[in-house]
Design a protein. Structure first.
Lengths: 73, 434
């Protein structure tokens, strides 16, 4: 699983870091950046999906490969 | 030697004696189509693939500050999904730099010729020039009118003019503005080479980078490499400020600042350091004087050439005060989008202001040290990285100045020969082409 975070949207609610602290790293003011360039280890995927759903400003999105997108067409 | 307090100032323009004036022309006259063609401009391209190989061999790197190899960028954009778009980025948000505006105002055809060659190499069918300087926009528009019907190059080039800000020159801000949005950076991915203007793979290149492409075409890679160093061939436009010789100079990569200052009649012994790479790389101590001005040597000093702007710190200029002023600029001029950036620059600015005024405690400096490391890479654009560089550079290069400011014993601050530092240190304005 690979995700992206739009830091221009993040409002520092911090819900993501509660669900997936290994993936979402908070700064001193509660604003988040991604660890591992948004590559999520399989064991952390559930927490990240919950974070994705809980983000009040929809700053987190799951990325799909071109092959995955093409496969849905 | 004095710090420029009456910013913006109008710089001199000259090419270094070792340079056969590739990018600069003297006289202050705008070069029109006839003059540019007489010098061999807009030459036919027989084989765009071969030209790209020559550009690769010439090792031309991005001159906006990131120094990314242009040939690699062109190949990457070309390999994307969709027909590419090419953008000449002349939005010079960097206060200490004038080169982009000078090029657009004085040599618009050199930049447009570079955009033409880039578009041929990348296969773009949509071309843009992106600026914030009205005089640059007017010069480029005039150049496009000169081209119309001249039988030289029938290209449609759109000119986008935005309000000048520090962040507007970032490549994603250019893309967003060209697409009709605000001139503000967006987060990555995607980067413009993947999905830029209208979602198409987009080559966003600084105008000085583009201006080097016709030179490679004319000189060939071997000829182009006749100046500069092996890893950093050619010449670059140096915006020098903070001294009597404040100006725009074309110098070969690898020249030392001592050589440049001596050439310009300045006394290197009076130099206490520099503000390097415009506002992006922070201060650098006296060792900069004898280091070759090229990418690798400056990287080895944990600094960077950036956009080629160098502000000279005289002995009467306090590096803490300069760093505090630049950090305050970042705190003021950031895009206000990313929380880590608007909070981080404000916090670092508060510490540097307190340090400047000898109100800071050792714990404040410890916090600043931590932020200078931990906040790196936490913004959508490079502004926060520039701010962390400013903090880290001061702590690394001038530990004694930091200590004397903690003690309240700085010998420079309050001294009779102290040079006041303006709100935007080393800011310069381009001369207007006739």
């Amino acid at each position: 699983m690979k995700i992206k975070l739009d830091r221009t949207k993040c409002d520092g609610f911090g819900a993501c870091a509660r669900w997936a602290p290994e993936t979402f790293d908070l700064d001193d003011w509660g604003y988040v950046s991604l660890t591992h360039a948004g590559n999520v280890a399989p064991e952390h995927e559930d927490g990240v999906r919950r974070a994705l759903l809980d983000c009040p400003v929809h700053a987190i999105t799951e990325l799909h490969t071109v092959a995955e997108v093409d496969a849905t067409r | 030697m004095t710090l420029a307090t009456d910013a913006p100032v109008t710089p001199a323009v000259a090419a270094h004696p070792d340079v056969e004036s590739r990018l600069l022309i003297g006289g202050g006259q705008r070069e029109d189509l006839a003059a540019y063609r007489a010098a061999g401009g807009y030459a036919a391209v027989d084989d765009a693939e071969r030209l790209l190989d020559e550009v690769d061999e010439a090792a031309v790197r991005g001159r906006g500050g990131a120094a990314f190899p242009i040939a690699t960028k062109i190949r990457t954009v070309r390999g994307g999904r969709g027909v590419p778009v090419a953008v000449a980025n002349g939005e010079e948000g960097e206060p200490a730099s004038v080169k982009d505006r000078w090029l657009l105002r004085t040599r618009p055809h050199l930049v447009l010729d570079g955009l033409r060659l880039a578009s041929l190499m990348v296969g773009a069918d949509e071309l843009h020039v992106y600026v914030s300087d009205p005089a640059s926009a007017e010069s480029v528009t005039r150049a496009l009118e000169e081209l119309r019907g001249a039988g030289v190059w029938d290209a449609e080039v759109a000119v986008t003019l935005v309000e000048p800000t520090y962040v507007a020159g970032e490549e994603t801000a250019a893309v967003q503005a060209i697409d009709g949005g605000p001139a503000l950076p967006t987060d990555k991915p995607p980067r413009p080479f993947e999905a830029g203007v209208k979602g198409r793979p987009t080559l966003v290149s600084n105008v000085e980078t583009l201006a080097n492409l016709p030179l490679v075409q004319r000189l060939g890679a071997t000829g182009y490499r006749g100046l500069g160093t092996y890893a950093s061939p050619g010449t670059f436009l140096l915006t020098l400020s903070g001294c009597a010789a404040t100006g725009l100079y074309e110098v070969p990569f690898g020249v030392t600042l001592t050589a440049v200052l001596t050439w310009l009649g300045e006394d290197p012994a009076q130099v206490d350091g520099v503000l390097m790479g415009g506002y992006f790389s922070g201060v650098l101590g006296r060792q900069v004087l004898d280091v070759p001005l090229e990418y690798d040597a400056l990287k080895a000093l944990h600094s960077g050439l950036g956009c080629g702007a160098v502000g000279v710190l005289s002995a009467g200029t306090c590096p803490v005060e300069v760093s505090a002023a630049v950090m305050a600029y970042f705190a003021r001029e950031n895009a206000g989008q990313c929380g880590s950036c608007f909070n981080g620059t404000a916090a670092m600015s508060a510490v540097l202001d307190a340090l400047r005024d000898s109100r800071a405690e050792a714990e404040d400096v410890e916090r600043l040290t931590g932020w200078s490391v931990r906040l790196r890479g936490r913004g959508a654009c490079g502004t926060l990285d520039g701010a962390t560089n400013v903090a880290a550079a001061l702590l690394r290069e001038y530990p004694d100045a930091v200590r004397t400011h903690l003690d309240g014993t700085c010998a420079t601050c309050g001294a009779a020969d102290e040079q006041p530092v303006p709100a935007a240190p080393f800011a310069v304005a381009p001369p207007t082409a006739a």
